[in-house]
Ligand binder design. Structure first.
Ligand code: NAD
Length: 270
């Protein structure tokens, strides 16, 4: 652990995060027990055009999926691993976070430099003109409350459509800001990710199985660029093969161990 603390103290860190960092905030991982995908087929519910297709064929199951996903995300609060990353950015050691998560928890924890390569569940955008808007928690809570008990098909469809809304600039229908299977990753977020990596000396990989491509190629790019890789994950996974250090612990436990060394900005004098 001393070696890792010294590497972190040198700064120029980039974090590459996956669902595991949010599991201790109550959001199940993609493949983990109790995950959303035990109940819903990801290739049906998280595929390109799934919203349009399900809206026509089965708006009730689309509604149940939306309610389940937002209920979990709305209840979640940043945990100690999220807040530690915010602190590391504050004291100038962390350049940025590349996250595969859509839960907004890095922003809630206070990080400013975040590349959301799979989008954000609160964001809605216009594919035609590029307009982007971020809904407030209360707006989504009200919407969930509003659709939860709706049992008239046409009314439900209208409610779903009006929540997503239309673009105030070009009147096209807005779409979820989450990246679904088969969709391209947002180019701005990818550019930001490369910028973070290119400025960094070390990548902290936290809570990712690195099974979902193209996102999973980023640690390999970082390794090629000469960054040290520190992999934090309670389970053995494929990033262990390229990691300089593998810590088989939960993210919160890892940060509890190391953050005492970085509790204030006087850490440099230790
Ligand atoms: P994954 O589910 O494939 O892998 C999660 C990894 O986290 C596993 O290797 C697991 O061992 C590890 N893990 C579990 N608990 C942990 C903990 N407490 N501390 C550290 N690690 C822990 O997730 P992935 O690699 O992010 O890929 C899944 C995809 O699903 C992503 O693209 C992501 O967009 C999406 N997803 C997002 C969320 C979210 O926004 N919170 C949740 C589920 C899935």
């Amino acid at each position: 652990m001393n070696k890792i603390i010294n590497i972190i103290r040198k700064g120029k860190l980039v974090a590459f995060c996956g669902a595991g960092i949010s599991s201790e905030s109550g959001i199940p991982t993609f493949r983990g027990k109790g995950g959303l995908w035990e109940k819903y087929d990801p290739y049906l519910f998280a595929a390109q055009d799934s919203f349009n297709n399900l809206l026509l064929t089965n708006p009730f199951s689309l509604r149940d999926f939306i309610v389940d996903i937002y209920k979990t995300i709305l209840l979640a609060k940043p945990n100690h691993a999220h807040s530690s990353l915010a602190h590391l950015e504050n004291i100038g050691l962390l350049i940025g976070i590349i996250t595969q998560n859509i839960d907004n928890l890095h922003h809630e924890a206070g990080n400013k430099e975040v590349a959301e390569i799979h989008g954000n569940a609160y964001v809605f955008l216009c594919k035609k003109c590029g307009y982007k808007t971020k809904k407030k928690k209360e707006e989504i809570e009200n919407f969930i409350y509003n659709i939860k008990k709706e049992n008239r098909k046409n009314k439900l469809i209208r409610k779903l459509l009006s929540f997503i809304g239309t673009c105030p600039r070009c009147d096209d229908r807005l779409e979820s800001g989450v990246v679904f299977f088969g969709q391209e990753l947002p180019s701005k977020e990818i550019e930001k990710s490369y910028q973070y990596i290119n400025q960094s000396l070390t990548m902290l990989c936290i809570g990712t199985s690195a099974e979902v491509y193209p996102a999973a190629s980023l640690p390999y790019y970082a390794k090629e660029k000469g960054l040290k890789i520190i992999n934090i994950n309670p389970m053995i996974n494929r990033l262990d093969e390229i990691a300089d250090f593998s810590i088989h612990e939960k993210a919160v436990d890892f940060f509890k161990e190391i953050m005492t060394y970085f509790a204030t900005d006087t850490y440099k004098n230790l």
